[in-house]
Design a protein around this ligand. Structure first.
Ligand code: F0G
Length: 447
């Protein structure tokens, strides 16, 4: 049941069709190049795009801008301790800043890092330390039709194979990402987190949880893991995160803010080491690249994220959006995850081979037909992997209502009706770093 109402609004409008056509062409058929004002419903990401509450705005105005020892930082420390259970916090400008601080501290050249699935920036930060990121998803993680409750889990089998291969001394760090963004936002069970803790102990590795969407994950755990059926969301979160030595957090997701992130840990030694790197790259460790007011808003947002009324509404809303799409015949990845609905463009546009980027074709059609912006997470974003041709429609927190989602579903239905006319793409210009090509590459429609 919805637990908030609007107090401030922002106008949006659907540009006329001929302008949408011109915009697409001018953007090189890459929706990252579109002006946001030319987008009607923006589902590019759930990161930093949500609405803050009146309590957060109040905290923001009262936040102080002291370089060292701000009041806002004290509040953030207490919020992290109360909600997540960690006593030391190092703020960062956003999640990837926190990744740089932590992974730059614990990794060295030649290390190997298992993770259920690395998010793009995680993969890049691990690689940036000269270490090798290895994905260890469970077998059915990329099967859009499998109905398992925890398709986001970390495969211990795969991780053990990695350790057998390279030896435990080369694996100083194990990461678990909850929810598993790169595997359709699927949740991770607490039982799986316990097993990963044991595995990390066996090989004497540091265990880090990427906690960006920890509250959404806890809401799934409560529904799907029997042991937790009667537990509060924040209790579940503390139980799950408590198995980790440290967490990296992007406040732009379950911190319910537009900017910010942090590293948190109970390990005093790790905290001291990270602090030095944080000063170098982020800022003094009581603000870490964030404005003091944003630190204050994050302290409030973290507490709101684990309120039951908010977070159950959140995952229900995403599930309802998924049902609307399924009802009009759009093939979606099921069950829906926590922060987005993923369309299976490979099956929707089955006449297009992977080389013609069916996901990107679907993304462009969503914009052409209805001014909707999603993002391709198939062959265009992940060259040379055998992932399905998914399109992510990410849902900003507390931002869109049922009518908006109905418009998206109607738009997707129109694309499906015209599917035979939809053409594929080829790459016209691409940047030097292949991992980042989908952000800036230009495309051309195939004749
Ligand atoms: N880890 C995960 C699992 C993420 O999903 C993200 C960001 C990050 C780390 C990095 O955090 O953006 O604050 O630097 N995901 C966004 C997305 C960008 O669209 O999924 P950040």
């Amino acid at each position: 049941m919805v637990a908030y109402k609007s107090k401030m609004v922002e106008s949006i409008s659907l540009p006329p069709r001929d302008r949408r056509e011109r915009n697409l062409e001018a953007a090189g058929y890459n929706v990252f190049n579109l002006d946001a004002d030319e987008v009607f419903i923006d589902l590019l990401t759930d990161s930093g795009t949500g609405a803050m509450s009146d309590s957060q705005w109040a905290a923001l105005i009262r936040g102080d801008e002291a370089y060292a020892g701000s009041r806002g930082f004290d509040r953030l420390e207490s919020a992290v301790e109360d909600v997540m259970g960690f006593s030391h916090v190092i703020p960062a400008h956003q999640g990837r800043g926190a990744e740089n601080v932590l992974y730059g501290t614990v990794l060295s050249e030649g290390d190997v890092v298992p993770n259920n699935t690395h998010f793009d920036t995680t993969r890049a930060h691990v690689a940036n330390q000269g270490a090798e990121p290895v994905d260890c998803p469970v077998d059915r993680a990329f099967d859009p039709d499998a109905s398992d409750p925890f398709k986001g889990n970390f495969s211990l089998e795969r991780a053990r194979e990695v350790v057998d291969d390279v030896g435990p001394e080369r694996v100083p760090l194990v990461i678990q990402t909850i929810t598993n963004n790169s595997a359709a936002g699927q949740p991770v069970s607490v039982e799986n987190t316990r097993r990963v803790r044991e595995f990390a102990d066996e090989i004497d590795a540091t265990f880090v949880v990427d906690a960006c969407r920890f509250a959404e994950n806890a809401a799934f755990v409560r529904r799907r893991e029997e042991e937790f059926a009667d537990r509060e969301i924040d209790e579940i979160a503390r139980e799950q995160l408590g198995h980790a030595d440290a967490v990296v957090m992007s406040g732009k997701k379950d911190g319910l803010v537009n900017a910010g992130g942090f590293v948190a840990t109970d390990d005093a030694d790790l905290y001291e080491r990270c602090k030095q790197r944080a000063i170098l790259y982020e800022g003094f460790p009581t603000y870490g690249g964030m404005a003091g007011r944003d630190v204050a808003a994050l302290a409030v947002g973290l507490r709101e994220a684990v309120e039951e009324a908010y977070v159950t509404d959140r995952i229900d809303r995403v599930a309802a959006f998924g049902e609307m799409l399924a009802d009009v015949g759009v093939p979606i990845y099921g069950p829906t995850g926590g922060h987005a609905v993923y369309l299976d463009a490979g099956s929707a546009l089955s006449h297009l081979p992977a080389e013609a980027f069916p996901g990107q074709a679907f993304v462009c059609e969503l914009y052409r037909e209805g001014g909707v912006r999603g993002v391709e997470l198939g062959s265009f974003a992940f060259p040379e992997t055998d992932r399905p041709e998914l399109v992510r429609l990410a849902v900003p927190r507390r931002t869109y209502s049922r009518e908006h989602f109905e418009h998206v579903a109607e738009t997707a239905a129109t694309v499906l009706e015209k599917r035979e006319e939809v053409v594929g793409f080829e790459i016209a210009a691409e940047p030097e770093i292949p991992e980042l090509r989908h952000f800036t590459a230009g495309l051309e429609p195939l004749a």
